[in-house]
Design a protein around this ligand. Structure first.
Ligand code: AMP
Ligand code: GLY
Length: 427
């Protein structure tokens, strides 16, 4: 039996830790910094900062942790896996160098270009005038992306030239994204449905998970600003399995083989954000980690032991990952009012009563931005995405019915959620 330290604090880390505890291999999970909502599932939050690697390593020594799972992008890009490994702990996730596949859009684009991986045509700019000239030459629709990490908010899909120019002004003249905006990638607009393909990767080997679809826009009908993700479901029936097989052949395989060939092997979770275009799947982004909220709908489908699978990967053995390929999982995010632009935190969190569908449908609440109330008896919303309710059912509609019944019968004052998660599967 193993003791595991999961790094991160969101719904994704709650789902990772919960799935580890569902299996036989892992007996105890600490989550740093975690959140108090996780305690209901027997996960132990550890109040340590993500940026203090040496304090985290001391904690792992003190608690005799067997291995570490690093969830979010920032610590990966800051080399947390390298630091834990140097301290003698097996750590699952890419090294600082390999995490550049997410940390730098330019790195990812150049890698794809070298290995002929289908992606949107693009150009990179570090000054305003040249970027404007390019937009005028290419015309709209066109996509503007701040290089570096901008928490999913650095992207503007401009349907006309004026919005493209406004986005470039924001980045170059108003420095909206700080350092992340000193360079811009301008991309061809890809037409088609989006899906997320996540894989366990070790060097040039990979094990795909079922695909899922996120909902990036804040409001119903895909209106409003881009967010970190407002809900997801899996599988995505309107994406044919041939498109997934094609994505594995033309995208995942050459990219991970390329990283091995360039002495920068990737181990961890590789997330490909894809658009199913008329010419086949094309990449819009890579992440070097599990997606959020995709993880909260994909991991509940895992029928094998997550801890055993990751330990096999860490020890150079053949892992086993098996999935419930029949049923649909769906999850709806509850966010603080005003998210993502003017988030107002502090909403009281009332109990979401999942008991009616818990046994048959595995309905579950995963907590993200929550803190203890002042008296310590309740939870309050402490950031944009607060929690998510997930369930498993035979169809998207059945899953929606279960979740919206729970949400509509709970007091969510001070928060909001989308009412149409999964709508593209039932149009
Ligand atoms: P990203 O942060 O790169 O995932 O982009 C945020 C969202 O913008 C994506 O989820 C897509 O919906 C959209 N997007 C990004 N790049 C493109 C593109 N080249 N063509 C069409 N839509 C895009
Ligand atoms: N759901 C998208 C992401 O995790 O980046």
């Amino acid at each position: 039996m193993s003791r595991v330290l999961v790094i991160g604090s969101g719904g994704r880390e709650h789902a990772i830790a919960h799935t580890l505890l569902r299996g036989e291999r892992v007996s105890e999970v600490f989550c740093a910094p975690g959140n108090p909502g996780m305690k209901a599932d027997g996960i132990v939050p550890v109040n340590l900062s993500l940026s203090n690697h040496s304090a985290l390593i001391d904690f792992a020594r003190d608690k005799q942790i067997d291995w570490v799972f690093v969830g979010p992008e920032n610590p990966l890009i800051e080399g947390m896996v390298d630091d834990f490994q140097a301290a003698g702990f097996p750590a699952f996730g890419p090294t600082r160098k390999a995490a550049q596949i997410e940390g730098s859009k330019t790195f990812a684009k150049e890698l794809m270009q070298r290995y002929n991986v289908p992606t949107a045509a693009y150009a990179t700019f570090d000054n305003f005038d040249a970027s404007i000239a390019y937009v005028q030459e290419q015309g709209a629709p066109i996509v503007i992306k701040a290089d570096g990490l901008a928490a999913g908010k650095g992207v503007t899909v401009a349907m006309d030239e004026d919005s493209a120019i406004a986005a470039l002004k924001d980045i170059f003249l108003d420095h909206r994204f700080g350092a992340a905006g000193s360079r811009v990638v301008i991309e061809e607009f890809l037409e088609g449905q989006e899906f997320s393909l996540m894989c366990f990767v070790r060097g040039d080997e990979f094990w795909s998970m079922p695909i899922s679809q996120d909902h990036k826009r804040a409001y119903d009908g895909d209106e409003g600003p881009n967010t970190g993700g407002m809900g997801a479901y899996s599988p995505v029936p309107q994406i044919p399995s041939s498109a997934v097989a094609q994505a594995e052949e033309t995208i995942i395989k050459p990219v991970i083989a390329g990283m091995v060939a360039e002495d920068n092997p990737f181990t961890g979770i590789l997330y490909a954000g894809l658009i199913a275009t008329a010419d086949g799947p094309k990449v819009i982004e890579f992440n070097a980690r599990f997606g959020d909220p995709e993880t909260e709908v994909v991991l509940p489908k895992l029928t094998s032991d997550l801890g055993a699978g990751i330990e096999a990967l860490l020890h150079g053995e053949e892992p086993v990952f098996s999935w419930d390929e029949e049923r649909t999982t769906l999850a709806v995010v509850v966010a603080s009012e005003g998210y993502p632009d003017k988030t107002v935190t502090g909403a009281a969190i009332h109990e979401f009563d999942c008991s009616a569908t818990q046994a048959e449908h595995g309905t579950h609440v995963y907590y993200a931005g929550v803190a203890d109330s002042e008296d310590g008896d309740d939870l309050v919303a402490s950031s944009g995405r607060v929690l998510l309710v997930q369930t498993t059912a035979d169809t998207v509609q059945d899953a929606q019915n279960i979740i919206y019944d729970i949400l509509d019968h709970t007091d969510t004052t001070g928060m909001f959620y989308r009412h149409d998660i999964g709508f593209k599967a039932i149009q």
